[in-house]
Design a protein around this ligand. Structure first.
Ligand code: DOR
Ligand code: ZN
Ligand code: ZN
Length: 439
């Protein structure tokens, strides 16, 4: 089976930004052709076109942008154990709809992904699902309990691409040092959920005037930055690659910027909610605005945008954290932390481009190229590479409507927001897994 994507602006950051036709043969990108070379679907291919055609599907992509498949490196798929929130199948369908060809699955499932059997289970379920690919992330410690290292090498052989105890910090610095040394030997990054629990002190939103107004206990920026600072030092000590998850505040960004300037091997991600919303948006105890780390001040939000623009923040990842209605429909301090993000991440991130904070090329670096690089994956749009591709319509306006989510959960603070731009077709290994062009 061949697919010809005709007339798209092909944007592969660092190597291509031109109108081209892209031919896909089976699971691979077969050729990138000048639009004039391209043949209609019923003609016999020759010259630059590969031999056999069989049946060819032609996608008219005029006016659309074709980019390397977007990758969301921070997703909670909830299976095994919490299938009422999300399954691997529902999460991967939501990812495909959001334009993602691959996601990293966080290990805080039940049981925790701390051994090769769980890793294999996740990959097997993903293979059966018709959506994005999964790159599982294993736990740092057994049960993410923070005492003993998990079976990291076994899990790597089974397919994990990184480790983390996300949802929880690795409290013990010595265990973190050992994990970094070990993972450095295996050439995989350690993803850090940077949180100093003693400073969180059962807070539920950002510490500041908004928390005082609503009478909710606050979480200071320092709860994040203290751990960022510790793990920068441990990266320096061990030479290991530390990747900081969901960076939310200005002090963390300054620390990471300075670490990078010193040549310390750190990368980081932020999530769309940290550059879109602030703590003052938390109103009437709406728990759809509750996540960890919390929405910060406007100054922090501006620092996040600056960090994205100057390259301090490498990636945008959603921290897709589905929860049931029952787990959210509680007192603010009792409700679960987390919001869904797979189906809103690209449209929200595109607002940075429309607003002039980032170029489209910079955004695609942060949503496709850098995530791939962090995991050691090559997703260049070149012949011979797997056809993991996303087609984006930059102009289409939509209203975010949780009722239309294919995710099993609806916990979003963005309901009703008007956004411009969305993914219209997602292709994984040459197969179309989401297509709004023919709907
Ligand atoms: O908001 C969050 N939700 N933050 C986390 O660190 C964990 C996540 C979850 O698993 O629900
Ligand atoms: Zn986390
Ligand atoms: Zn998370």
């Amino acid at each position: 089976m061949q697919i010809l994507i005709k007339g798209a602006r092909v944007l592969d950051p660092g190597s291509m930004d031109e109108k081209k036709d892209v031919l896909i043969d089976g699971e691979q990108i077969a050729a990138i052709l000048d639009p004039s070379d391209a043949l209609p679907s019923d003609s016999v291919p020759s010259g630059a076109m590969p031999e056999h055609t069989g049946d060819m599907q032609v996608i008219d992509a005029a006016g659309l942008v074709l980019v390397p498949g977007l990758m969301d490196i921070h997703v909670h798929l909830r299976e095994p154990g919490h299938e009422y929130k999300e399954t691997i199948a529902s999460g991967l369908a939501a990812a495909a709809k959001g334009g993602f060809t691959a996601v990293c699955a966080m290990p805080n499932t039940m049981p925790v992904n701390d051994n090769a059997q769980v890793t294999t289970f996740i990959l097997e379920k993903a293979r059966l699902a018709k959506g994005a690919k999964v790159y599982p992330v294993g736990a740092v410690s057994k049960g993410s309990a923070g005492s003993n290292l998990a079976e990291i090498q076994d899990m790597q052989q089974a397919g994990i691409k990184a480790v983390t105890d996300d949802g929880l910090p690795v409290v013990n610095a010595q265990l973190m040092r050992r994990a970094l040394e070990y993972c450095n030997g295996l050439s995989i990054p350690v993803f850090v959920h940077a949180e100093e629990l003693s400073l969180v002190n059962s807070g539920a939103m950002n510490e500041g005037p908004a928390a005082t107004f609503w009478g909710i206990k606050g979480i200071p920026n320092a709860a994040e930055t203290v751990m960022v600072a510790r793990d920068i030092l441990l990266s320096q000590l061990t030479g290991a690659h530390v990747h900081f998850c969901h960076i939310s505040c200005k002090e963390s960004i300054a620390a990471i910027r300075s670490a990078k300037q010193q040549g310390i091997r750190v990368t980081c991600e932020t999530a769309p909610h940290y550059f879109t919303l602030i703590d003052e948006d938390v109103k009437d105890y709406d728990t759809n605005f509750k996540m960890n780390p919390p929405l910060r001040s406007n100054e922090d939000r501006e620092a996040v945008i600056q960090g994205l623009a100057d390259g301090t923040i490498d990636a945008i990842a959603s921290d897709h954290a589905p929860h049931s209605k029952e787990e959210k429909d509680l007192e603010f301090d009792q409700a679960a932390f987390g919001i869904v993000g797979l189906e809103t991440s690209l449209p929200l991130s595109l607002q940075l481009v429309h607003g002039g904070a980032l170029t489209l090329e910079e955004l695609i670096r942060k949503m496709a190229k850098n995530p791939a690089q962090i995991l050691g994956i090559n997703n260049d749009i070149i012949p011979g590479n797997r056809a993991d591709l996303t087609l984006i319509d930059l102009n289409q306006k939509t209203i975010i409507d949780p009722a239309l989510f294919v995710s099993k959960s609806r916990n979003t603070p963005f309901a009703g927001m008007v956004v411009q731009g969305r993914a219209v077709c997602t292709m994984v290994d040459g197969k179309i897994v989401f297509n709004a062009l023919t709907d």
